[in-house]
Design a protein around this ligand. Structure first.
Ligand code: AMP
Ligand code: GLY
Length: 423
């Protein structure tokens, strides 16, 4: 089987690693891929948004199976382009990817189908939003409607901050057209858990849980980022909570999408908050999380192609989805200054150390080849993942392995998975 993976970050590296393990796969292409993905795949320089050339390439190479991994191409209909060309493709169609691409859509869906989430109002007019905020309880959460690299969410403690937030999102358009509409949401408290689920449009199967650390600095300080590290499983996500979520969140969401004529096939990522009043949905994503994928995928026992193909074929009910009884921690090595301004192009040293180490992974996020050397090429550079029999060991292993890689301006958080110690 020939497989094409669309994307070029750490999530796609983890997916490529799993695809390469499948005995069913003979050849992997990645568009555009990166310096780590190149270990397993032939990387082709086609943009993830260039549907026309991606489909042309897949046809030329007689690709049997395509995986569209990132949010932007899914929201733009790149999976549709492959599917309409008759190519088996994992990833939701545009009309289903909207569950991530529009926060107003997802909030309306949850309200209509009684899926637990924070109370909210939607605004298309800044003046009306400002009027509403005058009497709203603080803290309050402002969310740009569209895709904003995980950064379009502002938590405001005072009316003044909220007013400034409306200006940023709706008037200054800090997140571009994502801010044409804005959701104002009740502030919730509790533990956050990410649960990624496979779905074929009817059946939904949750994977093992994970937790992301979104803020740039230690102890959750600084700006929101795409994710500075993850651990899996979450000790706070008990069997009882999992049962509740299956009955009240996961299956109802898939059923709701079907009822709306938006059958969801792919990975539905449920960002949950375990509030004192029970689990509630913070957000949905229409894809694997990054860096959640880097801790969840290495723990999966199944052949990833079998599972993804079952999602496309509508036979997920026949799959016995299983995860190892172990734990994983991923520490993101970033460029100093991320997510604002940072330098790139620095040579990376020590990557070969990972080659013969079982249970240790260096999943490339922002890297490229330059003169035959691997250099940094992004804010998030490389995710160092380690397995262990339990979370505390996996965490110690991951931090040990962060020392094996070096590059100028290397930056990381030092408290990834710290919550584990509270158990
Ligand atoms: P989102 O992109 O919607 O997941 O939001 C990013 C982050 O903002 C979440 O991971 C939470 O930490 C925080 N957040 C979002 N919505 C709320 C809310 N209603 N109450 C409290 N925190 C929130
Ligand atoms: N790590 C959060 C996300 O992928 O959206």
């Amino acid at each position: 089987m020939k497989v094409l993976i669309v994307g070029g970050g750490g999530r796609e590296h983890a997916i490529t690693w799993a695809v390469a393990k499948s005995p069913r796969v003979d050849k992997i292409y990645a568009a555009p891929g990166n310096a780590g993905i190149a270990d397993y795949a032939e990387c082709v320089d086609i943009s993830v948004m260039d549907a026309e050339n991606l489909v042309k390439f897949a046809k030329e190479k007689e690709v049997d199976f395509v995986i569209v991994a990132p949010d932007d191409p899914l929201a733009a209909g790149v999976a549709d382009a492959f599917l309409d060309a008759g190519i088996k493709t994992f990833g939701p169609r545009k009309n289903a990817a909207i569950i991530e691409a529009s926060k107003a859509f997802s909030k309306d869906l949850m309200k209509k189908y009684n899926i637990p989430s924070a109370a909210y109002e939607t605004f298309e007019d800044a003046e009306e939003a400002l009027k509403y905020l005058e009497t709203a309880p603080m803290p309050i959460v402002l969310k740009a409607d569209g895709l904003a690299l995980g950064k379009g969410v502002l938590i405001c403690n005072t009316l003044e901050e909220a007013k400034a937030g409306v200006k940023e999102i709706m008037q200054d358009k800090k997140f571009g057209s994502a801010g044409n509409k804005m959701v104002v949401e009740e502030f919730m408290t509790g533990r956050e858990v990410s649960v990624l689920c496979y779905s074929d449009g009817k059946t939904i199967k949750p994977m093992t849980s994970a937790q992301d650390h979104k803020r740039a600095g230690d102890n959750d300080t600084g700006l929101n980022t795409g994710g500075m590290g993850t651990f899996s499983p979450s000790p706070f996500y008990t069997d009882e909570i999992a049962d509740f979520c299956m009955k009240n969140i996961y299956q109802p969401t898939i059923d709701a999408m079907k009822a709306e004529g938006r059958e969801f096939k792919g990975v539905l990522f449920c960002g949950l908050m375990l509030t004192p009043n029970g689990p509630k949905v913070l957000e949905y994503n229409a894809r694997f999380g990054d860096p959640e994928a880097q801790v969840v995928i290495p723990r999966m026992k199944n052949d990833i192609i079998d599972v993804m193909e079952a999602c496309v074929d509508g036979t997920l009910d026949t799959i016995d989805l299983q995860f190892e009884d172990n734990a994983a921690v991923c520490v993101m090595l970033a460029s100093e200054g991320y997510p604002v301004a940072y330098k790139k192009g620095f040579e990376m040293k020590g990557l070969e150390t990972f080659k013969d180490k079982e249970g240790y992974f260096a999943f490339h996020s922002g890297t490229k080849f330059s003169d035959g050397k691997v250099v940094t090429n992004g804010g998030r550079v490389i995710g160092i993942t380690a397995l262990g029999p339990d979370l505390v060991t996996a965490r110690a292993n991951a931090y040990k392995a962060t020392e094996w890689v070096d590059f100028e301006n290397k930056y990381m958080r030092h408290d990834i998975g710290k919550a584990i110690d509270e158990q």
